[in-house]
Design a protein around this ligand. Structure first.
Ligand SMILES: NC(=O)c1ccc[n+]([C@@H]2O[C@H](COP(=O)([O-])OP(=O)(O)OC[C@H]3O[C@@H](n4cnc5c(N)ncnc54)[C@H](OP(=O)(O)O)[C@@H]3O)[C@@H](O)[C@H]2O)c1
Length: 290
């Protein structure tokens, strides 16, 4: 397959490019320098977005700073909405699009795992813009695919596990929110699921694609640090009210992956296996000589 990855320098995009290349596909990876998705003319003129050049386009580019989105809503609007509209216009009769979205389209009040057609109700600007982006993919393309993921972490970017590790190693006292539950998702694992989806020419529609285990941020932080240090680490648990942020987060955003499994995408590794791999890769990045 010939695949164009947008957002190839990001946390997910960088692992996706590597996975696709290792699987033998011909991959082009674009950052904002190669194609500024907020520039309508640049999208219109981009030859890589035509069917002759690629079979698939995977859009991993997004404005992902959830709290900043509340203060500067025009930034997520440009990239998560306008750019997606322009992209889907260009992709009519072009390569198929697999677009990445988020658990933040839900308000987190359901109390059991969300399925793809559950009612959406984003709580903040980031989730609202991602939802409108989803709607454009559905409305503009006959064969678009949307993967909603959550709590992403990978070695090539800023993520919760990395923040925890760096703060802990710096001797900081960590207090972590214990009343928000979700599914941590390792970028390498998600990249492998995306590769399978492209290779099998997965059917049109929305799929939930998240890690195998639901947990709280507090539980996740303890597991991250215990893996990093290879010893049991216990942290202070706090409530969301004790850690206010500009953007309201869904209290429970566990996504059911039953539809993805039914489509034939094989089961995910455990959180522990993913964290062991993540920590090994992060160690190499932090001390390249070892
Ligand atoms: N992070 C999470 O916890 C999380 C959770 C759920 C869903 N998601 C979704 O998963 C996807 C991947 O997220 P991520 O965390 O891997 O993203 P990320 O690390 O923040 O990477 C964002 C990517 O977008 C590119 N980009 C930014 N502005 C651009 C522009 N104007 N034109 C073209 N490209 C531009 C960046 O390129 P440059 O390097 O050139 O700036 C970068 O490659 C997104 O759709 C996000 O909404 C993320």
């Amino acid at each position: 397959m010939k695949v164009l990855v947008l957002g190839a320098t990001g946390m997910l995009g960088s692992d996706l490019v590597a996975v696709l290349r290792n699987s033998g596909h011909e991959v082009t990876g674009f950052s904002s320098r190669d194609l500024d998705l907020t520039n309508h003319k640049a999208i219109r003129d981009c030859a890589a977005l035509t069917r002759k050049k690629n079979d698939w386009v995977v859009n991993c580019a997004a404005f992902t700073a959830v709290d900043r989105a509340e203060q500067e809503p025009e930034l997520p609007w440009d990239l998560n909405v306008e750019a997606v509209l322009n992209l889907t216009e260009k992709l009519q009769n072009g390569p198929r699009l697999l677009h990445i979205s988020t658990d933040f389209v839900f308000d987190g009040t359901k109390g059991s795992p969300y399925v793809e057609d559950d009612e959406v109700n984003p709580l903040g600007v980031y989730g609202q813009t991602k939802l409108v982006g989803e709607r454009y993919v559905e409305a503009m393309l006959d064969d678009g695919v949307i993967f909603r993921t959550s709590w992403l972490y990978g070695p090539n970017g800023k993520s919760f596990p990395r923040t925890m590790i760096e703060a802990y190693d710096a001797g900081k006292q960590l207090r972590v929110v214990a009343d928000q539950t979700g599914c941590p998702t390792y970028t390498l694992e998600l990249a492998m699921a995306i590769e399978q989806a492209l290779a099998m020419n997965i059917g049109t529609g929305i799929y939930h694609a998240v890690g195998s285990t639901a947990m709280t941020w507090h539980g996740f932080a303890e597991q991250v640090l215990s893996t990093w240090r290879d010893e049991t680490v216990k942290l202070e648990a706090i409530s969301t009210a004790e850690y206010p942020t500009p953007a309201v987060r869904p209290p429970y955003s566990v996504l059911s992956t039953a539809k993805l499994s039914q489509a034939g995408i094989s089961p995910w590794r455990t959180t522990q296996e993913c964290l062991t791999d993540f920590c090994n890769r992060l160690r190499k990045i932090k001390s390249p000589g070892n």
